[in-house]
Design a protein around this ligand. Structure first.
Ligand code: ADP
Length: 703
């Protein structure tokens, strides 16, 4: 036999062909061949005996069987026939060396030896050698054992150890604390993660009882947890531990019970994950959420306490986002969260009209204008025809909002009172809202009581105006008659001062007539009873006529008319016509009011430009309009009163302070008349710089 690894150096050989025996060794046994044979037959190991030439002289049945030979077939074979071919030459040298210094060599000294069967297959062997003397001759006895099974087992064990080492490394790699404790909770294994999490080294932790070491606070009693471990073999939950530096750590703990072969608990595997930070964040979030809820519920209480209907809508279709209690009673129906405004109104048969009772199309609703065009409407009069059949006059304020205001109001859907009838914040519906979506705040002020009071006032004004008209007309007639008859020589001639006084009375009577007419118009407009008598009218000619009537009333204002395209795209032919079907007298009334205002409120004089221009209406190319502008360079209107100036009896502060007389009715009537014609009226003004009034009227398409 020969060592498998290093065939050429100091591995032991068995037999030398040298003779006679030169070394006397105490381990060399003297025996007879026959005795030896008998002994070998009894050996459970394969044994061969070789002589000094290296030839096998004895092989027990175990040896023949091990190498796949028939009994005695091995006799006289060189020992090297039991070796793989590649090792034979080297082996002969070792055999000789061994015989120079024969000695006993026991099995299991860790040499990787290889045997070869007759069929050529190889197998690992372990060999013990023992020299012996038979009739004075030196022989060597070799006991050979097939160690295939042992090698296999060793390999498996080495694999297993390598795997275990890997797993150990892996366990140390984890950030989680991984520990094993015995049934009495004494720590047996403590990984690097545990060291990091708790701050104790393995040396400090091993053998300590976990709950004492950690000062564990259990979510339920320890005995309950242990009972569950025994019963189910596992437990999971949150534990609070204290580190040696006093810091508290919250861990998510998973524990598994391990039992021995007899089913007795032998250890508990425990993995603890640090969730302290997560819990702290969650706690902070919960506190923030609770605070938000408190603030929102306070906000809700506040807006619920307001008498006005308040709601917030989002998206171009004005879907409801939040509303207060009064909103539900304003509509007389419950507007469901996320329901588009048009659907809501249609579902409940709710109609909206303007103050004159004209049905409003969705595109003109203040709420939709706010979300669709970003338009702000202030104190706009609308009437809600409610499902109950009554009409509720309201003043509407609709203001577009920036989306970001409301993102901060994201709260859970279960929060607060979500009954729309009680007012609500409908909760987290972010998925239905996209960033940058239009948003509007709408406030409905119930003006029923005001309207009723106004109605009574209007009744009185109407009555008074009506009653005044007869005596004023009589007065006018009497003065006319007086002047006329005097001119014709009936009665004595009037002195100059008498003539002047009569003229003044005549002018004052005209003013009185104008005032009563205005008051009557106001009451008619209020009651929706102002009737128009439309006829095709050339607006250009109408404007020129009014201008030439008014120009002589002032010496320090120059009125000029220009015809052009809106936006100042040049002046058009002076003979151009713009035919519109209007009540000419009423449009003349509007023009007169705007022109006399332009004159009145430009006390220092200056030019007054009147421009007529065609433009496209909102509805598209066919929907043509004419836009009339009247621009002065007078007092202007203070910005804070812009939204109020079309109101009844409304006069700007600077107009009053300048001592310019007026009633504050002209613009109110003008707006009523223009809107009744299907047009719009507005203005741009800068205090101290001047004012431009605009109004539009629908006209027939250009010929
Ligand atoms: P009145 O002129 O009789 O006061 P109006 O209804 O015609 O009433 O006008 C309402 C108010 O609007 C005026 O009192 C004045 O304050 C303001 N105003 C109207 N037109 C002009 C203008 N061209 N320039 C400055 N202020 C104007």
């Amino acid at each position: 036999m020969e060592p498998q690894r290093n065939a050429s150096s100091n591995s032991p050989a068995i037999v030398s062909n040298r003779s006679p025996l030169r070394h006397t060794n105490s381990s060399i046994t003297a025996t007879s061949l026959a005795t030896l044979r008998r002994l070998l037959d009894l050996s459970p190991d394969a044994v061969v005996v070789i002589d000094q030439r290296g030839a096998i002289i004895l092989a027990n049945p175990e040896a023949s069987m091990l190498f796949g030979y028939a009994p005695d077939q091995l006799i006289d074979h060189p020992l090297e026939s039991l070796l793989p071919e590649r090792l034979r030459a080297g082996h002969i040298r070792y055999r000789n060396g061994y015989l120079d210094a024969p000695h006993s060599r026991p099995m299991g000294i860790g040499l990787d030896l290889v045997g070869r069967r007759q069929d050529g297959t190889e197998f690992p062997v372990d060999i013990s050698l023992r020299p012996c003397l038979i009739k004075g001759q030196l022989y060597v006895m070799a006991a050979i054992r097939d160690v295939s099974a042992q090698r296999e087992w060793e390999r498996e064990r080495a694999d297993l150890l390598a795997r275990l080492r890997l797993q150990g490394d892996l366990i140390n790699l984890a950030h989680d604390a991984i520990l094993v404790r015995d049934p009495a909770s004494r720590i047996l294994v403590w990984n690097k993660g545990a060291e990091e999490l708790y701050g104790w080294t393995a040396q400090e932790a091993l053998g300590r009882v976990t709950h004492t070491l950690f000062k564990t606070r259990f979510p339920i009693s320890r005995t309950t947890i242990e009972a569950q471990l025994q019963r189910d073999g596992a437990w999971e939950g949150e534990l609070t531990h204290t580190r040696p530096d006093g810091r508290v750590v919250i861990v998510e703990s998973r524990q598994v019970l391990v039992c021995d072969a007899a089913g007795q608990p032998s250890a508990i595997l425990e993995i603890n994950r640090d969730v302290t930070e997560r819990r702290q964040i969650e706690e902070a979030e919960a506190t923030a959420q609770a605070n938000t809820l408190v603030q929102l519920s306070f906000l809700q209480q506040l807006i619920d306490a307001l008498p006005n209907g308040i709601y917030v809508v989002h998206g171009r279709d004005a879907r409801l986002m939040l509303a207060n209690r009064a909103a539900a009673s304003t509509w007389g129906a419950i507007w469901e969260p996320e329901q588009p405004m048009e659907d809501f109104l249609e579902l409940h048969g709710i109609k909206l009209t303007d103050a004159q009772g004209q049905l409003l199309t969705p595109d003109t609703w203040a709420t939709l204008r706010a979300v669709r065009y970003g338009e702000t409407s202030l104190q706009l009069q609308e009437v809600i025809y409610r499902p109950q059949g009554d009409a509720l006059p309201v003043l509407v304020n609709a203001v577009p909002l920036a989306f970001s205001y409301w993102q901060s109001l994201e709260i859970g859907p279960t929060s607060l009172d979500s009954n729309p009838a009680h007012g609500f914040f409908p909760g987290d519906r972010t998925e239905e809202r996209s960033a940058g979506e239009p948003l509007a705040l709408v406030i409905h002020q119930d003006v029923r009581i005001l309207k009723e009071a106004e109605y009574v006032k209007d009744e009185f004004i109407g009555l008074a105006a009506h009653e005044l008209r007869t005596p004023v007309a009589a007065l006018k007639g009497a003065i006319g008659t007086l002047l006329f008859q005097t001119q014709r020589g009936h009665g004595p001639a009037l002195a100059d001062w008498q003539q002047e006084m009569l003229d003044e009375i005549d002018i004052a009577t005209d003013r009185l007539t104008g005032l009563t007419d205005e008051l009557l118009d106001v009451t008619r407009l209020q009651a929706g009873q102002l009737l128009l008598h439309p006829a095709p009218t050339d607006l250009v000619a109408l404007v020129r006529r009014v201008v030439s009537r008014i120009q002589p009333t002032t010496t320090h204002h120059q009125l000029d008319v220009s015809i052009g395209a809106a936006g100042g795209r040049g002046t058009r032919a002076s003979n151009e016509k713009m035919i519109a079907t209007v009540d000419a007298a009423r449009i003349e009334q509007v023009l007169t009011n705007l022109l006399t205002n332009a004159i009145k409120y430009s006390p220092r004089g200056g030019p007054i430009h009147i421009t007529l221009a065609r433009r496209n209406g909102l509805g598209g190319a066919d929907d043509k309009q004419v836009e009339i502008q009247i621009r002065d360079h007078g007092l202007g209107i203070p910005a804070h009163q812009h939204s109020l100036i079309f109101g009844r009896f409304m006069r700007a502060d600077n107009a009053r302070q300048s001592g310019i007389s007026g009633t504050g009715l002209g613009l109110y009537i003008s707006r009523g008349l223009v809107e009744q014609h299907g047009g719009q009226i507005w203005f741009e003004s800068q205090k101290g710089k001047g004012t431009t009034f605009f109004f539009t009227l629908p006209v027939a398409p250009e010929a």
